[in-house]
Design a binder for this molecule. Structure first.
Ligand SMILES: [Zn+2]
Length: 442
């Protein structure tokens, strides 16, 4: 938790004879959201769908809104690693299926291998097996896998490999495109190599999907973009999360922070009931979601102070799952933009970084006659957690103007008032050694 100490209290009491709340002066906190805003919104897009870039990017450029794109890395032109089976020869597995029925011991390996059997039509068996498995019907999942391999062994299938709907809607995306988008401030993040069903895969293949996707992003875009990921289909399977969390620091599927409540897309819980420091409230508009409903999520976020609204978009116009017309999303984004004075709109990665940095950083302050020295101490890796924090320090009203000096550089600050007293809001880089607020005598 945040620790605020201001031991020069005694000095203040001696110095201050007026009615001003002297105890307050020097008191410093890291504001819950950047720039002391009321809440945060992250716009996220899944699956790298072509129309997200062709239709939505110009709209976001016009409105100057950031966003996160979770892309499927395998099919991107120039990727080092496409989808494949990580394990023994698939032929061996196919042969085994002739005399050993699918069971708990071999299911994950067989489910991982089935799309790489060399024949078309296997994606449907893979999808169906996942559906059964994730709804608790394991025996049915095993049966589907058996039927699939029976078809493979029959030799009556067309040789080749299926293209999933997600991969088809991403076709044409290149690393050069993504590099350009990243340079404009968008976050590019992983959505695995092939949009795989990780819940029915063995550890080696789960790791392949996660690590190879990370490696391609690292090689083409750099480390900054290896922070966030979304395991496809929004799953929270404990076995998958345990494997994915060490690979990506920030999973949209699940953030295990004890100080944050997470309400996922399918969850009807209202964020108003949450009693945690932060609530991550994920909402994914579907084709039939009315604009008024989408706008009400913004209103709810603004009516509280602890909500991080994470919007999850898929299809746009004619492409992708549950598509929305781009004109509708444009109108919605204008509504977000209108509320930007009170809402921090930032990428999924940046809001997560800020939140973790704030909860990790300890602030102390020391009030003197004409200055306040503020110091920060933190344990997070500065290469990964580099978002400037917003500090709020109460200052004596008599100071008038205030200047902020960070490592010798003057940054200035606007003096504001709230119900408690006079304060300044200012931004501090995480690796700063010293911050001093000074009464500006100029
Ligand atoms: Zn997806």
């Amino acid at each position: 938790m945040l620790k605020i100490s201001f031991y020069p209290l005694v000095i203040i009491l001696l110095m201050s004879g007026c009615a001003e709340n002297a105890k307050l002066n020097g008191q410093t906190e890291i504001t819950k959201w950047k720039d002391g805003k009321t809440g945060a919104v992250s716009i996220t897009y899944d699956d790298g769908i072509r129309t997200q870039f062709s239709e939505m990017l110009p709209i976001m450029e016009r409105l100057q809104l950031p966003a996160t794109f979770f892309v499927i890395t395998g099919p991107i032109k120039g990727s080092d690693d496409a989808g494949k089976f990580a394990g023994r020869p698939v032929k061996e597995i196919i042969n085994e299926t002739a005399h050993v029925p699918t069971n708990a011991d071999n299911f994950f390996e067989r489910a991982s291998a089935i799309r790489y059997s060399g024949f078309k039509g296997m994606q449907a068996y893979y999808d169906k097996a996942d559906e059964f498995y994730e709804s608790g019907q394991k025996e049915n999942a095993y049966k589907v896998i058996d039927t699939g391999y029976e078809k493979v062994r029959s030799g009556k299938l067309v040789p080749g490999k299926d293209t999933s709907m997600e991969i088809a809607s991403e076709a044409g995306l290149s690393w050069d495109d993504l590099k350009l988008y990243a340079s404009r401030g968008y976050e590019i993040a992983s959505h695995t190599v092939t949009h795989a069903h990780l819940a029915i895969m063995d550890t080696a293949n789960m790791l392949y999907e996660l690590q190879k996707s990370r490696q391609d992003i690292l090689d083409h875009l750099g480390e900054k973009y290896t922070f966030s990921a979304e395991v496809p289909f929004g799953i929270e399977d404990p076995r998958v999360m345990k494997t994915a969390l060490p690979v990506y620091p920030s999973l949209r599927n699940l953030m295990p922070e004890p100080y944050m409540k997470e309400i996922n897309r399918g969850d009807k819980a209202q964020p108003v009931t949450a009693d945690k420091e932060y609530v991550q409230w994920q909402r994914g508009p579907l084709s039939k979601t009315p604009l008024a409903k989408m706008q009400s999520w913004i209103d709810t976020t603004l009516a509280h102070n602890n909500i991080w609204l994470v919007l999850v978009f898929h299809g746009i116009d004619t492409l992708g799952w549950e598509p929305l017309p781009h004109e509708l999303v444009d109108t919605y984004f204008q509504y977000i933009k209108k509320n930007e004075p009170n809402l921090w709109v930032a990428t999924f990665g940046d809001v997560g970084r800020y939140m973790r940095e704030r909860m990790d950083t300890k602030v102390t302050s020391n009030l003197n006659a004409d200055s306040i020295a503020v110091s920060l101490s933190r344990s997070l890796d500065k290469n990964i957690y580099y978002i400037p924090l917003t500090l709020k320090t109460y200052v004596p009203a008599a100071w008038g103007k205030v200047k902020v000096v960070q490592d010798g550089k003057i940054t200035g600050a606007t003096v504001q008032k709230d119900a408690k007293g006079t304060y300044v809001l200012y931004s501090v880089y995480p690796d700063i050694a010293s911050v001093v607020l000074k009464k500006d005598k100029s």
